[in-house]
Design a protein around this ligand. Structure first.
Ligand code: V4E
Length: 273
């Protein structure tokens, strides 16, 4: 296992399809959003503003691409994006496991799911162990919703403010108006694969600070079946041969450990990472 190894691209039969092509049977019926940015799976499935991302990270190595090919994965796209993550000087967001980022010019918020949102049917010990390796985050992409949620988190008491600050509509300056600063910035090259298993996507990420990680991901719409998503992820991990019982570090863990050890230590103590 070589977590920091470069993932070779030479044997990747990466056709420049995206989910729109696949869902439209390859007829190239592309949907574009207002900014013509990369179309996300959530957008294509029609639940972009209200989805729960269930995902499991895995260590990828030189064999991962070969295995993906063998199990019939279709390479959807390779793309590059820069992430900028924001927090207050006292880490009020990330200490609550709330992750505000700007990716490809769009604001995104990943935050814990609310009670009951990801209730899962009880299984045996092995199902519980597999479920513990998966993270579940609500993803919010609507800017007013993001701003509202951030305000609530910074208030600390869940209070909803009646009227937003005047500069909330300014796409660039609203974070500084809330005393939020960029604490992490890195670029990722991501290759995305669709699997036969319905709705399962595998991403292979290579970050510019020398860390590679894989993710098996299923997006569940509001009120959707999280248990089924966990089962799909478990089956995919088995097929890929990555079903170890170890949690694998995400890009942010490694980035913070290397660049901001104090912030990292605070998050470890708070059991966020
Ligand atoms: C939620 C979170 C962070 C935000 C970044 O999330 P991550 O899924 O690691 O990044 P990425 O680029 O793959 O996002 P995607 O494109 O899939 O939306 S940074 C740290 N966390 C918390 C966290 C956690 N506690 N455990 C695991 C396994 N991952 C993330």
């Amino acid at each position: 296992m070589l977590p920091n190894a470069q993932i070779g691209v030479s044997n990747c039969a990466c056709v420049k399809l995206n989910f729109a092509d696949v869902l439209a049977g390859g007829r190239g019926e592309l949907r574009r959003d207002r900014s013509a940015r990369q179309i996300s799976v959530a957008e294509l499935l029609g639940f972009e503003d209200m989805s729960v991302e269930v995902e499991r990270k895995f260590v990828c190595n030189a064999d991962t691409l070969k295995t993906l090919e063998e199990i019939g994965a279709v390479c959807l796209a390779q793309r590059e994006f820069k992430d900028q993550y924001f927090d207050s000087p006292t880490f009020d967001l990330t200490l609550r496991d709330v992750w505000l980022r700007k990716r490809k010019g769009c604001w995104e918020l990943k935050c814990p799911t609310s009670a009951g949102e990801t209730e899962e049917a009880s299984g045996g010990p092995s199902e519980a162990a597999a479920a513990a390796l998966c993270s579940r985050y609500r993803e919010i992409t609507d800017l007013p919703d993001i701003q509202q949620r951030v305000r609530e988190e910074l208030c600390g008491d869940g209070e909803r403010s009646a009227s937003p600050p005047a500069d909330d509509d300014d796409d660039e300056s609203w974070p500084s108006g809330m005393n939020l600063r960029c604490f992490a910035e890195f670029t990722t090259v991501r290759r995305s694969f669709a699997l036969e298993e319905d709705g399962v996507q595998v991403d292979l990420d290579q970050a510019d600070f020398g860390y590679s990680v894989g993710e098996i991901e299923v997006l569940v719409p509001e009120g959707g079946d999280v248990q089924s998503a966990l089962e799909k992820i478990g089956r995919t991990a088995q097929k890929l041969g990555v079903a170890s019982d170890q949690r694998v570090e995400g890009k942010m863990n490694v980035y913070l450990k290397r660049n901001h050890p104090e912030h990292y230590a605070r998050l470890l103590s708070a059991h966020v990472l």
